[in-house]
Structure formats: structure tokens, C-alpha cells
Design a binder for this molecule. Structure first.
Ligand SMILES: [Fe+2]
Ligand SMILES: [Fe+2]
Length: 199
């Protein structure tokens, strides 16, 4: 899925991250609209929610593998990387909370709103602090290399998530335990990137 939303010719890490953030915002808007109308998981909501979980699982795992190490070591922005990772930790826990919630449960809209606020603030923080640093202090060649690694990592992620998904019922449409999925994806993709780097 991640490969569908990034143009193949523009693998600059800044464009890739921006496009995925925009996609997450669009999915949230779809989902939010549906929740506002009907406080239960309808057929219309299933797609956006599943897509949002897939996108975020891949996106955050790839950032953790590709963007934060570059920020920490090459750019000596360890504190910013740490702040972003702490925000992601909160986002992932809110996503896990949503996942556990029965879709028709009356608290779902509230939990979704809480998650949405946190995710949007996190994306904005990255866009205002991380992307300008990448743009100003990383060469175009290096940005393309990071972008390529990011897309490689993100493209590898959904197949792992799918393996643990359950689509047998509307209430189980999400992709298994989100936190465990992100950990599995990260571990699996890390070795793929290492192999890619040494090829
Ligand atoms: Fe992030
Ligand atoms: Fe991001």
C-alpha cells in the first residue's frame, strides 16, 4: 500500500514523508466524518480505518528505522528524534486502544478524536521541525537514499501486518495487536534494510 501513495520518481525523503502525512490526514477525515454521522463501525468506515492502521504501522516503523537514526547520528539531533519517538509511542498506544474497542462502543468516537488530535500534532511537529532539517542539512542524494530506504521499509511492512490480520468480522477488521505488529515489522524490516545496504 505504501508504494501506491508515493510517486516512484520522487523518492526524496521529505516528499515521501509529506505525502504519507497527507494520506493519513485524508483517511482520518474520511473516518472522522463517518463517526460523526453514525457512532458505529459501518461498512464505509471499515476501509479507511484498516487503511489508516496499515499506513501508520508501515510509516512509523520506517521512520524509526530510517529517519530517526539519520537525525540522531548524522545530524546530531538526538533530542528531536527522542521527542518524536515519544510522541509516536503515545500515538501507537492510542491506536492500540482504538483497536481493542468494540467498534459500536459509544466511546469509540471519543477515543478516535483523542487519537486524531495526537496524530495530527505529531505530524505537524515532524513537518515543522524534522522536515526543514532534512531539507536544509541533508544533500539531495542522501535524501533520495533515505527516501528509497523508507519506501523499502514501508513496502515490506503491510505484508507482515496482513499475516496477523483478522477480517472475519467488522469488529476484528484491524490488524491484530498494533503494538506487537509494529515491533514485528520493525525487526523484520531492519534486517531487510541491512541486507539492502550491503548489496
Ligand atoms: Fe512519526
Ligand atoms: Fe511521520
Amino acid at each position: 500500500m505504501a508504494t501506491e501513495i508515493a510517486p516512484p520518481s520522487t523518492a526524496d525523503i521529505v516528499s515521501v514523508l509529506t505525502l504519507q502525512h497527507e494520506r493519513a490526514r485524508a483517511l482520518l477525515a474520511d473516518l472522522h466524518e463517518s463517526v460523526a454521522v453514525v457512532a458505529e463501525l459501518t461498512g464505509d468506515m471499515v476501509g479507511p480505518f484498516r487503511d489508516l492502521v496499515q499506513l501508520l504501522v508501515a510509516h512509523e516503523a520506517a521512520e524509526e528505522l530510517v529517519v530517526w537514526p539519520a537525525l540522531r547520528t548524522a545530524l546530531e539531533e538526538g533530542r528531536l528524534a527522542g521527542d518524536c519517538m515519544a510522541e509516536e509511542h503515545q500515538v501507537k498506544h492510542l491506536l492500540a486502544k482504538l483497536e481493542k474497542m468494540a467498534p459500536g462502543f459509544f466511546e469509540f468516537p471519543h477515543a478516535l478524536a483523542e487519537f486524531e488530535a495526537k496524530l495530527l500534532a505529531h505530524a505537524e511537529h515532524e513537518e515543522q521541525s524534522v522536515l526543514p532539517i532534512l531539507e536544509q542539512r541533508v544533500s539531495p542524494d542522501k535524501r533520495r537514499e533515505l527516501g528509497g530506504n523508507f519506501l523499502y521499509a514501508a513496502a515490506a511492512a503491510p505484508s507482515h501486518a496482513h499475516a496477523h490480520s483478522s477480517e472475519s468480522a467488522v469488529g476484528n477488521v484491524v490488524l491484530g495487536p498494533v503494538l506487537a505488529t509494529i515491533d514485528r515489522v520493525r525487526d523484520a524490516v531492519r534486517s531487510l534494510i541491512r541486507r539492502r545496504g550491503s548489496a
